[in-house]
Design a protein around this ligand. Sequence first.
Ligand code: SAH
Length: 514
Amino acid sequence: MGRGFVYLVGAGPGDPGLLTLRARDVLARAEVVIHDNLVHPRVLDWAPDGAERIRMGKIGHLHGTPQAEINEALLSHARDGRVVVRLKGGDPAVFGRLGEEAGALAAAGVPFEIVPGVTAASGAAAYAGIPLTHRDHAPSVTLVTGHRRTDGGGGPDLDWEALARASGTLVVYMGIRHLAEVAERLVAAGRPGHTPVAVVRRATWPDQQVVTGTLAGIADRVHRAGLRAPAVVVVGAVVGLRSALAWFEQKPLLGRRVLVTRAAHQAEELCDLLRLRWADPVVLPVIALQPCGHASAVDAALRRLFAYDWVVFSSVNAVRFAFERLDGLGLDARTFGAARVCAVGPKTARALEARGIRPDVVPDRYVAESLVAALSSAAELRGASVLIPRARDAREVVPAELERRGARVEVLPIYENVKPATYPEEGLAALQAGDLDLVVLASGSAARNYADLCTAHGVDPARVPCAVIGPATRKAAEARGLPVAVMPDTYTLEAVVDAAEAYFRGRGRTPENG
Ligand code: SAH
């Protein structure tokens, strides 16, 4: 047997952010991923592109793949010498057939490890605002299954009297199908009919639903709400705390599909900011960046950076392309000599610092006008030589203002925005389907290219509200008839996301649930 190895890994209840770091690390090494139906697609993305992905698991109360077949698959891939990740919803040790799967591996002498996950009870408790234990209300929590061992049969065989006596919180997994029977039996065994109950469906997913009630009435309510699996049923006084602690369902960006139009290498940063607020970013770069300018002119200026009084960087991209070119010339940060360096904002400053340059000036606000003010208050501009490496089609405000104050300005276009040669399918599909809540535009050229892309695909751009990063982008967007709904006060991506959140707060969404 080669180096075959099996990781039995908990994928958590849904939200990919709830995966453990160890789970992500072992996924990154996977050659085969055998996963349940309940695993978020983003989690599967953490496996290498070349890894084989196999779906094998249970579907609701019906049999999916028989357990023996899953065990056999684990064994045979491991015997082929492959690194297998068996990815299971929630925690593999909680109603996860860990005993069967690890047992089969142990018996066959296949080495394995177990990586725990956030179980549905924990996920539901956290995202529904229900503490599972509480010093005043619940000294214990019990996890039970709502199914009989032979699945598909009747309700569970549980010691109802003991469960009723325990008086702590009860969490019923697979609890929807036999909910009425479970509730009745608990009441018959002595749990009061007015005991609070919450049924949490698709906990931690953007479409999480919560129905609350009492043991006496919950089955009816769940039936009327049309709630289906997967859901956990939480029984006990702690459920009453939800009215004060619910937080997740009200997130304004929750599940909102947001089109991210930034250049491919910059899209991820915005996606992360959006996902942090539970939005659902869709990437469709409408811009690609490429070096431009006569190589000889660019090279000549870069070779003698030290001869300028000021070098002004107005974007992270300007820093990136300048340094890539310097690198190509075999030069480095020392070429700046005693030239003073200005960065338009904190991100550009960080990009410079990462390359060993601490900017002398970083204006407070990230617009051309405040940059000029900051420069002139730092030093006499009359007669100063200023180099501005930047995008080809950038605005003329900065050079014009600097010249007005007596500076000798040399604008050096070192990169240009072009339309990408191709577009990702998922992004185009979302655009065409009109299946979007917001479009984020971070530059004038993004606004123009996005408008063109809509036209090219017969999409009416007026249908989807736009968030712009600042006034210049707003102007470009409005000139093309795009409906600008969001513009922040400070012109950063963080601020755009904040403003988008404010825009959606209180705006209509699907009917509230209990
Ligand atoms: N190992 C899993 C449980 C698997 S049994 C865990 O630890 O969570 C399948 C049951 O888990 C479902 O019927 C449902 O009761 C529960 N479940 C799994 N994911 C859930 C989710 N996101 N929301 C609510 N219940 C969930």
